[in-house]
Design a protein around this ligand. Structure first.
Ligand code: MFK
Length: 546
């Protein structure tokens, strides 16, 4: 009988995830923790079912049919099974509604669900993120009519009344820079606003609503003249004729997600607030979707590491299981330590969001949330790609083969660094966030997180690196080009300092409960270095690019 390699098994995504279990045990009051358990267990079961289903069925992509047999424009999109189950899953498990409950813990209880559901959902979490963002932006606008109209649908716990919302910003002329947006808003004879234009990356085109940036007719040029509008896409069971789906994108990854190019030909629209400063009005949405991005990137890392670790116990090479080879074990432990840092930072953003929204945050925490949100998004986006790539390599040639499921993990991960603002755009956003109090809110927070920590080496490395970032900022603050050229290094350094201090807090708590593994993660994470600052050299850059 010839040799057959055993496939890696997916550990139960909830019961086996000690980072998540430790966090929930530490952060939630006992009754809330207990109330959450059955739901998270069920989502873990669903994720295991989805993993088995993906391994035994042929992968499908959504299919757009634009015309019916009689020449009628229908723009029907056939979705994959996971997408067809999306509304029922999201409402049954309150994946959106839980985040808007009246509690400082609401966001943690929501994002624990998102983390477990994400990969099984085949990125149905993308439109869920945008719906959550739309609900948050509409709340922030204070527009009572829209709050009463849309939020009961967006936050519904009943699939029959649930609506998805899109976020229509990107155009052929503008992705990161929305300033040149060409979509125009025009009032008709009845005073109804209508949108005319083309949106180029519409990720929730199967949804019932969207928030869209458009330029009111006659307004000036540039981003400040843009307004933010709410639109609905359906007329009963039919898509409104003023919304045309031109094409579905053929993408590297997230292939189950029907990303569309669309035309708006007079789609009725309602402004959220004033008819200008649409970017400022959409910012609450961006910060929510960036949080989703970080949580989902972290979920991809957990999946990749879970599979690579399991495989290392099943695969023999040179006479012993891979996990017993020192270099392979070293590689897996390095991935694990980075993941634990990313997890700690991401879920701190989640908890801060809950406290800030609930009005019970400490004085420095709103500014801290504003800074940590882009940092978590940009760092986890890059780390997810590196981690999934390393996991493929951990399976050798098998990891390069489609039906192991690993290549899809890598392809999908690449999107985290691109959408919702690329790494560089988010690095520049972190400069925006630092413009007020600089790194002071982070320094205050780190001091608190490090209290009770007994790893003096880690504490001193964190403090020294934070001092170095403050000096770097002082040195370069006056020269905008230098500041921008170094923004990515600065952002990675701040993200790593925050993550290390948060790991120290978790390590202190876990050590008291007899678990030394977070302390080991902290030690290794700090060993990888915290300082990623660069000394920008414009002359050298110009020479290299010349
Ligand atoms: C599974 C995970 C799911 C994740 C969801 C996936 C969905 C994927 C679909 C997409 O990718 S949709 C496309 C997303 N597009 C972006 O994220 C755009 C990226 N570009 C930026 O973020 C640019 O920085 C930006 C468009 C915001 C630049 O616009 P401006 O108008 O040139 O910026 P400006 O003038 O600095 O800021 C305008 C106002 O917004 C300022 O406030 P004021 O008017 O009061 O001065 C800023 O402070 C404010 N602002 C900007 N970004 C902010 C913010 N406020 C709070 N938070 C922010 N992040």
């Amino acid at each position: 009988m010839e040799f057959l390699q055993e496939a890696p098994q997916l550990p139960h995504p909830y019961r086996s995830d000690r980072a998540l279990l430790n966090l929930l045990d530490r952060a939630l009051p006992t009754p809330r923790r207990a109330a959450l358990d059955a739901d998270l267990d069920a989502l873990g079961d669903y994720a295991q079912m989805a993993w088995r289903r993906a391994a035994t069925t042929t992968r499908r992509k959504p299919v757009l049919t634009q015309w019916d047999a009689w020449g009628q424009r229908i723009d029907r999109i056939e979705l994959t099974p996971a997408w067809q189950e999306g509304a029922a899953m999201a409402t049954r498990h309150a994946v959106l509604a839980a985040g808007h409950a009246d509690s400082e813990h609401a966001r943690l209880e929501q994002f624990a669900r998102v983390y477990l559901y994400h990969l099984a959902s085949e990125f149905y979490t993308c439109p869920l993120a945008m719906t959550d963002g739309a609900a948050t932006a509409i709340k922030a606008s204070g527009n009572r009519a829209l709050i009463e109209r849309a939020l009961p649908h967006f936050l519904s716990r009943d699939a029959s009344t649930f609506w998805l919302s899109g976020q229509w910003m990107t155009e052929t002329i503008g992705g990161s820079d929305v300033g040149p947006t060409e979509t125009v808003a025009r009032r008709d004879a009845d005073g109804q606003w209508r949108l005319y234009g083309r949106k180029w990356f519409s990720s929730a085109v199967v949804g019932e609503a969207a928030l869209a940036l458009a330029r009111p007719e006659g307004a000036g040029s540039g981003a400040a003249a843009l307004a933010l509008f709410y639109v609905e896409t359906m007329d009963g069971a039919r898509r409104k004729p003023e919304l045309l789906i031109d094409r579905l994108k053929d993408k590297l990854g997230t292939q189950e997600l029907p990303t569309a190019e669309i035309h708006l030909d007079g789609l009725p629209a309602w402004p959220l607030g004033e008819l200008a400063h649409g970017v400022r009005q959409v910012a609450p949405m961006l910060n929510i979707t960036r949080t989703w991005n970080a949580v989902c990137a972290t979920a991809s890392m957990a999946r990749a590491i879970g599979l690579a670790r399991d495989y290392a116990t099943r695969r023999q090479a040179f006479g012993r299981p891979l996990i017993q080879h020192p270099l392979h074990a070293q590689t897996l432990a390095d991935m694990r330590a980075e993941f634990e840092g990313a997890f700690a930072l991401t879920f701190e953003v989640v908890q801060l969001l809950g406290r800030v929204e609930h009005g019970c945050a400490a004085s420095h925490e709103a500014a801290l949330l504003r800074l940590l949100t882009p940092l978590a998004k940009l760092w986890t986006g890059k780390l997810a790609v590196a981690t999934c790539s390393e996991a493929l390599e951990c399976l050798g040639g098998a990891g390069y083969i489609e039906d192991t499921g690993l290549p899809q993990l890598l392809r999908d991960a690449q999107v985290y660094a691109i959408w919702e603002g690329t790494t560089n755009v988010l690095s520049l956003d972190s400069l925006r966030a630092l413009a007020g109090d600089g790194p002071d809110p982070l320094r205050t927070a780190c001091a608190g997180w490090l209290a009770g920590n007994d790893d003096m080496h880690a504490a001193s490395a964190i403090r020294q690196t934070l001092d170095a970032t403050a000096r770097w900022l002082d040195q370069h603050a006056a020269t905008r080009d230098t500041l921008e050229a170094g923004a990515r290094g600065l952002a990675f350094t701040l993200a790593r300092c925050a993550a290390a201090a948060l790991l120290a807090r978790q390590a202190a708590w876990s050590s008291r409960h007899g678990d030394r593994r977070p302390a080991a993660a902290l030690h290794r994470f700090v060993g990888h270095g915290l300082d990623r600052l660069v000394a920008p050299d414009a002359a050298n850059t110009a020479l290299l690019l010349g």
